[in-house]
Every structure is written in C-alpha cells, then in structure tokens.
Design a protein around this ligand. Sequence first.
Ligand SMILES: *Cc1c(COP(=O)(O)O)cnc(C)c1O
Length: 341
Amino acid sequence: MFELNKITRNNIERLKAYSSARDEFTAAKGIFLDANENPYGTMNRYPDPYQKELKEEITKINGIGANNIFIGNGSDEVIDLLFRIFCNPSIDKALTFAPTYGMYDVSAGINDVELIKVPLNDTFDIDFESVQSYLADPKLKLILICAPNNPTGNCPSPETVVRIIENFKGIVLIDEAYINFSAKQSFTNFIATYPNLIVSQTMSKAWGLAAARIGMSFGNSALIALLNKVKPPYNISALNQNAAIQAFKNSGEFLNQKERILVNKVKLYNALKNLGLVIRIYPPDTNFFLVECRDADKIYNALVDKNIIVRNRNNVLKNCIRITVGTANENQLLIDALKLI
Ligand SMILES: *Cc1c(COP(=O)(O)O)cnc(C)c1O
C-alpha cells in the first residue's frame, strides 16, 4: 500500500510552510497595509500564491478541481520539487528510462540524488522486466516517465506504465509536455485511482507560452498540498498568471494553431521521408521528429551555416537529429536546405 507520509522526507514532513500576508488574509478587496507593498502603481501587489483564477480556467478545460492542480514555474519546477520532497540527498534514488528529457538528470544532480537510467527497448518502449527488480528498493523514491517521450517522440505502452504505478510504493511522475499533440489518453484520468501518481503538463509547447513558464501538475490532493507547502510562496508572477488565463480564455486560437502544426507535421514528414540523407523517421506523438540520417553532425553543421537550427542528438542516439515542426514556410526552407546537402 502507498502511504504518502512514509515516503516524504522527514524534514519536509516536519516543515511548517511559510505563511504569507496573502495566505492569512485572502479577500480581493480592502485597504491592504499588510505586505509592505508600495501602495502606488499597477504591478505593486504580490500575486495570488495559489493562482485561483488560473486554476478555474484549467478546471473548465479538463474538469480537474483546484485541489488536484499544482502550478509550477514551468514543469521544471515541479520536477525539482519532487526531488526535494521525496529524495534524501546522497541517500535516495530516482529512476527514468533512457534516452529521455535531459532535465531529469540535471535536477537529480542538483539534488545529489542518483538517477538510475533503464534503457528503453528497440521500439523505444518500456519493458516491465527491465525495471521490475528496482521497484522493491526502499531507497527508490521517484520514477520519471516522459510520455510522449522526448527525444524519441513516442508513448510507452500505457499497460506497462500502469503496472509500474501499481507495483511501486514511491511517486511516479508522468511528464505529458507533448500530450496535446497526441491522440493518446492522458494519465490525468488515473489521478483519482493512484495516490502515488502525478501528471505534469505545460503551457510551453502546444499552448505557445514557453516564455510565461507555466507548468501544470495534477494529482491526489494530499500530494498537491505537499507541493504547495514546499514551493516558493509567489512562484508564478501576476504577468505569467494573466498570460495563461488569457490563453485559456482564447482557447480557440490554441486549437487553431495546434491544427496548423499537425497539418504542417504531415507535410514535413512526407517531404523528409523522400530525402536520400534520411534513413528513418520515428513516428511521433509530438510536434517534433526524431530523424535518423546519414551523418547527423554534418547535416547539423550544414543547417547551422544556413541559419536553420535543429537539435543534434548524435551523442544520445547515433546519427539522430530532432526537428521541431515550424511554420509551413520554415519547414519548406528546411527541406530546400536539406536537398542541397
Ligand atoms: C519542453 C519540455 C518540458 C517543458 O518544461 P517547462 O519547464 O514547462 O517549459 C517538460 N518536459 C519535457 C519532456 C519537455 O520536452
């Protein structure tokens, strides 16, 4: 059985959260002489520490209530908080599947936590057998699963992911940064079933708000309360909260852009697969392609010379580059450039 207090670090369990002026008095209107703010101006007040209005917009979209939502300063903040809440530095461990998103390793390193990297299989899926022996290790506190995965672009089989969640007494983070581009079901459907599951999404990709740093996580209310206890009190600026609220209120524009990206993606796929220097394109659930090519370093450098920047993944996956789907015009310029290499 999963017990949250058993796997939470003792110092976090004991911690009394900082109580801000806006925690202690929450009414929207009044004469506020409690937070040492400058009384003049339009940006003079601290933002809502719990982002209530933003959470209401999220609830309208996915039906998940405010007690089950945590907003981070990008998904990267959520990843870091999970290490800090559950993994004792230099004692506990975390686990992920390689190759995957580089921030897991960086965050583990910053927190002095060993990150076990279990290789994905030949089809970039997770073999349950490859992870099974680790699950009973009492020092293993956190498993990070990227679905759809960056840089491979595919989703691991949901049955295997569920099996991992069910057989693990620690926390499982499913990073769904690219879920909007995928036809696959979100794991947010499982947060009421599994108290050890946290699902992370972001406004940085499909929602077009990478500049605003808004990460959205969904989980059991006890887990969300822990994240709220440890986060910096005003972790999301009022500017960024407003940008996110406006984006949700204009969700028609989001759907429009997403459709355009998906149309561009099919066109780009068809053009890429006919090029001689392309060996293989992995079918993606994302807005990027992992492309295996004849000489990734050479192609990368030749594109940089033409001011076209792709991601060279040669050091992670031999001769692979990762290409983000751009505008129709950008994609055409890429294809024209590749034809001349
Ligand atoms: C881009 C990306 C993110 C986004 O992180 P933010 O901090 O929300 O911008 C998260 N996870 C993965 C796997 C990504 O590729």
